[in-house]
Design a protein around this ligand. Structure first.
Ligand SMILES: *C1O[C@H](CO)[C@@H](O)[C@H](O)[C@H]1NC(C)=O
Ligand SMILES: *[C@@H]1O[C@H](CO)[C@@H](O)[C@H](O)[C@H]1NC(C)=O
Ligand SMILES: *[C@@H]1O[C@H](CO)[C@@H](O)[C@H](O)[C@H]1NC(C)=O
Ligand SMILES: *[C@@H]1O[C@H](CO)[C@@H](O)[C@H](O)[C@H]1NC(C)=O
Ligand SMILES: *[C@@H]1O[C@H](CO)[C@@H](O)[C@H](O)[C@H]1NC(C)=O
Ligand SMILES: *[C@@H]1O[C@H](CO)[C@@H](O)[C@H](O)[C@H]1NC(C)=O
Ligand SMILES: *[C@@H]1O[C@H](CO)[C@@H](O)[C@H](O)[C@H]1NC(C)=O
Ligand SMILES: *[C@@H]1O[C@H](CO)[C@@H](O)[C@H](O)[C@H]1NC(C)=O
Ligand SMILES: *[C@@H]1O[C@H](CO)[C@@H](O)[C@H](O)[C@H]1NC(C)=O
Length: 286
C-alpha cells in the first residue's frame, strides 16, 4: 500500500510541476495561441485572395501577403517570415503626445478589409509610414493614424461612472486602387461600437484577431493589440492588461488539468481508504 501511495505522490508531483510550469510561463502559451490565430486568420485572408485571384489578379499586395503565411502553420516557434516587408502585417506602436507627455498608447497590427460582392481586398497599415496624432481629455480621447492613402480614427471614452474605458467610435477613409487603375474611396464610420474595454488605469490586451465591422462590407482587422486611452502609468507605460475573452481559453486548459488532477487524487484516496478498510477488516477476521 505504501508503495502505491508513494507512486501516487510522485505522479501528483510531476503533474503539478507540469501545470505550474504551464501557469508560470503564462506569457509563452498565448504566444503560441497568437500564432495559431494568425494562421487561422491568414488562412481566411488566403481564401479571399484565392477567391479573388481569378477576378482581380492585379491586387499585388494581397498576393504577396498570402504567399509567406501558409508556411507558418507547421513551425510555430519561429517569428513570422517577412519576405515582402511592406505588405506584411506588422505591429505598430502609436502614441498620442500632448505637451511632450504621452497620454494615450496603442499597439496593434492593423488592416482595412473590404468585403463586398464585387470587391474583396485588404489594405495593411504600415507602421513606419504612419503618423499617430490625437487628443487626450478627462473622459474622451482620440487617436488618428494618418498615412498616404487615408486615415483611421479611434475615439476612446470613459463609462459614465469613470471606471471603464473603451472605444465607442471608429472611422476611416481609405483611397486605394485594389484593382489596378480603379482608385476608389472607402469611407466608413461607426459611432455605436463598444470595443477594447478595460478598467481605467489598465490596458486592453488581445493577441487574437478581432474583426471590427465598421460599416457594411468594411472591416478593421485588429490583432496583437494593447490599448490604453487614459491613466497610463507614471512612466507612461501600459497598465496591467485586461485580456480579451478570446485570449482566455488558455486558462481553461490549466483549469481542466487542475480539475482532472483533483478528480484523480480523490479517486486514489478513496481507493486507498477502501483497500485499507478491507485490510483492517481482514486483520480483524484473523
Ligand atoms: C516565461 O518565460 C520567459 C522566457 O522563457 C520569461 O521571459 C517570462 O518572464 C516567463 N513568464 C513568467 C510569467 O514567468
Ligand atoms: C518600412 O519598413 C519596411 C520593412 O518593414 C521597409 O521595407 C520600408 O522601406 C520602410 N519604409 C520606410 C518609408 O521607412
Ligand atoms: C511611445 O511611448 C512609450 C512610453 O513613453 C515609449 O517607450 C515608446 O518608444 C513610444 N513609441 C513611439 C512610437 O513613440
Ligand atoms: C468576395 O468574397 C465573397 C465571400 O468570400 C464572395 O462571395 C465574393 O464573390 C467575392 N467577390 C469577389 C469580387 O471576389
Ligand atoms: C480629436 O482630437 C482633435 C484634437 O487633437 C480634435 O480637433 C478632433 O475634433 C477630435 N476628433 C473627434 C472625432 O473627436
Ligand atoms: C467622471 O470624471 C469627470 C471628469 O473628471 C467628472 O466631470 C465626472 O463628474 C466624473 N463622474 C463621476 C460619476 O464621478
Ligand atoms: C474620403 O477621402 C477622399 C479623398 O481624400 C475624399 O474625396 C472624400 O470626400 C472622403 N470621404 C469622406 C466621407 O470623408
Ligand atoms: C456599427 O457597429 C455595430 C456593432 O458592430 C453594428 O451593429 C452596426 O450595424 C454598425 N453601424 C453601421 C452604420 O454599420
Ligand atoms: C485617472 O486620472 C484622473 C485624472 O487624470 C484621476 O482623476 C482618476 O482618479 C484616475 N483614475 C484611476 C483609476 O487612476
Amino acid at each position: 500500500m505504501k508503495t502505491a501511495l508513494v507512486l501516487v505522490f510522485v505522479v501528483f508531483c510531476t503533474f503539478s510541476a507540469l501545470s505550474l510550469a504551464e501557469d508560470k510561463n503564462d506569457s509563452k502559451p498565448p504566444g503560441t495561441i497568437q500564432r495559431q490565430t494568425t494562421t487561422t486568420k491568414t488562412t481566411t485572408t488566403t481564401k479571399t485572395t484565392e477567391d479573388n485571384h481569378p477576378t482581380q489578379p492585379t491586387t499585388t499586395p494581397k498576393t504577396t501577403t498570402s504567399t509567406p503565411k501558409p508556411t507558418t502553420p507547421p513551425k510555430p516557434p519561429t517569428p513570422p517570415p517577412q519576405p515582402t516587408p511592406s505588405t506584411t502585417l506588422t505591429v505598430g506602436n502609436y502614441n498620442v503626445t500632448v505637451n511632450k507627455e504621452v497620454c494615450l498608447r496603442a499597439q496593434m497590427a492593423l488592416q482595412i478589409r473590404v468585403a463586398r460582392p464585387q470587391l474583396n481586398g485588404t489594405f495593411i497599415i504600415q507602421p513606419n509610414i504612419t503618423k499617430a496624432s490625437g487628443h487626450c481629455g478627462e473622459t474622451k480621447a482620440n487617436l488618428t493614424l494618418s498615412f498616404k492613402e487615408g486615415f483611421i480614427t479611434f475615439l476612446f471614452t470613459k463609462s459614465t461612472d469613470n471606471t471603464t474605458s473603451y472605444v465607442d467610435a471608429v472611422s476611416f477613409n481609405l483611397t486605394y486602387a485594389f484593382v489596378k487603375g480603379k482608385e476608389e474611396n472607402f469611407p466608413a464610420k461607426n459611432n455605436t461600437l463598444h470595443l477594447f474595454s478595460a478598467k481605467v488605469g489598465r490596458c486592453y490586451s488581445c493577441r487574437q484577431t478581432e474583426q471590427v465591422l465598421v460599416e457594411k462590407g468594411l472591416y478593421l482587422d485588429v490583432s496583437q493589440d494593447q490599448f490604453q486611452g487614459f491613466n497610463l502609468t507614471k512612466s507612461k507605460e501600459f497598465g496591467l492588461p485586461d485580456r480579451c475573452p478570446a485570449d482566455q481559453p488558455d486558462y481553461k486548459v490549466a483549469i481542466g488539468v487542475g480539475v482532472t488532477l483533483l478528480v484523480l487524487i480523490v479517486i486514489v484516496v478513496v481507493a486507498y481508504l477502501v483497500t485499507r478498510k478491507r485490510r483492517t477488516d481482514g486483520y480483524q477476521a484473523l
